[in-house]
Design a protein around this ligand. Structure first.
Ligand code: HDD
Length: 662
């Protein structure tokens, strides 16, 4: 179990859980750590106090610049195993050796917010995976959405400036619902497809283990014969793709700002790993131009019904970090970290990313030796002639640090491709030097429309309300512009709805896309459903007996549910202790609620939580003598079940995530 972390952390772990003397960083035992050295008990502190100075200086330097995007993240360790050899497609060893477990580190993140912001803003989620393979590190630096806001990396700084809090007053935190974001997306209509994803429920995931991951760009796989194919990478969550509601997200962000990270942390601590299957979509080189879009355009996805996702392996994330800063904060991803058998396409967004990531680590991690930080270090040997620099941790032996050399027999020596050296795919390219975009990237609205065509009524309603929410937070001219330049070009009904909800102008001309295609895989209603890791908050009144509590817990836990007892205060009956109070948790923090009462009436805080759970379409169970008199719903409503007589109905509703047709 500890293998993965140990492999990375060898030599570098300082175990503060063991008995040890307190020392300075020079190893000098310290005799007193509460008082600085003074001239007299009430006198001034002395410059001579090296212990104080060292401790304070270190503290003063404890922060590094947060990431410009994806600042708030949460990392976990695990491993990846391929199901069957993919040697037909690639020579990457970790994809050709079934049974071989490759250690991985995954960092999930929000994009726009600062490191201390909340877990469930409406935002894209980062899904970055570092595979520590025997041929070097491979980083798949993706998101939970398969497309992106722009087609060319040169626009990335503009986009990030627009989505981040506004420069004059640094408001709003971790939100796209403001003028500069909507100004940018409306003026850059290539963002239309991604904006649809951002306004959809994909932007408010229930859990990091319940969202898909996408490599986004078209990459190449290259096999041992040198044959190349285009590929898109997918992560499919074993628990399915699920969301919270926007109203719920806003309450969660106040009740538990750490909701997503805490869920993942606790699930892993409790033995429930997060599991994802790796999927590949493959297009043969000679079929490059067969789609009705350009496969190099990162604002387009390959419909899964046209190019099926082949499931090829599984990633199991089952180990939390030992130290957040050392691992999660210092991990450095880069789409350019590849291994033989994986190569790039000419997607202009990907090409720009290949520059940006190393550049950002230099400022963030303070110099060119960030690859030596344990979490970034390959687990295979690495040698070259790079030397010195800030934070050099390695002691390079020998007299030479130059290539080619005779003094050291030309060591370290480059390897040929046959011997395992990385060789770039020899794609033939030619063209004039131009600052221009290919005409094949010009259609910005068809796939935005396809996304809308693919949603269920519930999802479409959520998306329409999300647009209305966001644009209502903008100035009127920004609203009008976004409706005219984006929505009216995607779907007239959507434009009408949002214009009506926000008091904006509906453009005179209907310019909606006539694209009719839909892709069922895009609806979250067609995902997997499972009871695994689902939670239930069981509210009880003080007159409920211990037997009832024990029986309730065991029958729910037996089905895989995670149970918390909630009452107006913490108390113990027999061997059962109440877990939470009505003040410390809330129904928004659970997938489902149960209320069990004796003879006592339900009190206002209980009623409030149940009403909100009902409004959020959650499964509600009841037991004992619960009276519905003070509730706006009854036992006859959909998704409300007696757990003594209809437990299976309750469990089915929990498994289905929400009672959408309530
Ligand atoms: Fe990026 C971080 C994903 C476009 C420049 N990006 C970052 C992270 C993820 C992504 C998951 C966080 C990694 C971590 O956890 O440390 N980025 C994407 C995806 C993109 C994308 C899926 C489009 C398909 N990014 C993109 C562009 C550029 C950048 C076009 C610049 C040209 N991204 C960065 C960055 C970051 C970053 C500024 C900030 C921190 C870091 O790199 O390490 O360099």
């Amino acid at each position: 179990m500890s293998r993965k972390k140990d492999e990375l952390n060898q030599r570098d772990t300082i175990d503060n859980t063991k008995d040890a003397p307190l020392t300075t960083n020079q190893g000098l035992p310290v005799s007193e750590d509460e008082f600085s050295l003074k001239a007299g008990k009430r006198g001034p502190t002395l410059m001579e106090d090296f212990h104080f100075r060292e401790k304070m200086t270190h503290f003063d330097h404890e922060r590094i610049p947060e990431r410009i995007v994806h600042a708030r993240g949460f990392g976990v360790h695990g491993e990846f195993e391929v199901y069957e050899s993919l040697e037909k497609y690639t020579k990457a060893k970790f994809l050709t050796e079934p049974g071989k477990k490759t250690p991985v580190f995954v960092r999930f993140s929000t994009v726009g917010g600062s490191r201390g912001s909340m877990d469930i803003p409406r935002d894209v989620r980062g899904f970055a995976t570092k595979f520590y393979t025997d041929e070097g590190n491979f980083d798949l630096v993706g998101n939970n959405m398969p497309v992106f806001f722009m087609q060319d990396a040169i626009k990335f700084p503009d986009f990030v400036h627009a989505v981040k809090p506004e420069p004059h007053n640094e408001i709003p935190q971790a939100a796209s619902a403001h003028n500069t974001f909507w100004d940018w997306v409306a003026e850059n209509s290539e963002s239309a497809h991604m904006v649809m994803w951002l306004m959809s429920d994909r932007a408010i995931p229930r859990s990091y283990s319940m969202m898909e991951g996408f490599g986004v760009h078209t990459f190449r796989l290259v096999n041992a014969e040198g044959k190349s194919r285009f590929v898109k990478f997918h992560w499919k969550p074993v628990e399915g793709t699920h969301q919270v509601l926007w109203d719920e997200a806003q309450i969660i962000n106040g009740k538990n700002i750490d909701f997503n990270r805490q869920t993942l942390w606790e699930n892993i601590e409790n033995g429930h790993p997060a599991e994802f299957e790796l999927g590949l979509q493959i297009i043969e080189e000679d079929q490059e131009h067969e789609m009705d879009f350009d496969i190099l355009d990162p604002t387009k996805l390959w419909p899964e019904e046209d190019v099926p996702v082949q499931i090829v392996g599984k990633m199991t994330l089952d180990q939390n970090v030992d130290n957040y800063f050392a691992e999660t904060e210092q991990v450095a991803f880069h789409p350019g970290h590849v291994v033989p058998g994986i190569d790039f396409s000419n997607d202009p967004l990907l090409q720009g990313r290949l520059f940006s990531y190393t550049d950002t680590q230099l400022i963030r991690l303070g110099g060119p030796n960030f690859h030596q930080i344990p979490i970034n270090r390959p687990i295979c040997p690495f040698t070259n002639n790079q030397r010195d620099g800030y934070g050099q941790m390695s002691i390079h032996k020998g007299q030479t640090a130059h290539h080619k050399n005779r003094m050291n027999n030309n060591q370290p020596e480059p390897l040929s491709a046959e011997e395992g050296g990385y060789e770039h795919y020899q794609e033939k390219v030619e063209g004039n030097k131009v600052r221009a975009r290919s005409e094949s990237f010009e259609d910005h609205f068809s796939q935005a429309k396809m996304f809308l065509n693919s949603l269920s009524d519930t999802e479409r309603q959520h998306l329409s309300d999300a647009f209305s929410f966001e644009l209502a937070k903008c100035d009127m001219d920004i609203r009008n512009n976004a409706i005219e330049k984006l929505l009216n070009n995607i779907d007239r009904d959507l434009a009408e709805y949002v214009a009506d909800r926000t008091g904006a102008e509906l453009p005179a001309e209907n310019e909606e896309s006539t694209y009719e295609k839909s892709s069922p895989a895009l609806s979250m209603m067609n995902t997997k459903f499972s009871l695994n890791t689902r939670t239930v908050g069981v509210i009880i009144t003080p007159d409920v007996t211990e037997d009832t509590l024990k029986e309730t817990r065991s029958k729910l836990e037996e089905k895989g549910l995670q149970v918390k007892f909630i009452s107006d205060k913490i108390y113990t009956i027999g061997s059962t202790t109440i877990d939470e109070t009505l003040a410390t948790v809330h129904s928004v923090l659970f997938d489902s609620m149960i209320v069990i009462s004796g003879e006592e009436d339900l009190q206002p805080p209980v009623i409030e939580q149940l009403e909100i759970a009902f409004k959020h379409k959650k499964a509600i169970g009841f037991g004992g003598n619960v009276s519905f008199a003070k509730l706006s719903f009854s036992e006859k409503d959909k998704g409300v079940s007696n757990i003594e007589t209809e437990l299976d109905n309750f469990l089915e509703d929990v498994k289905n995530h929400r009672v959408w047709d309530r």
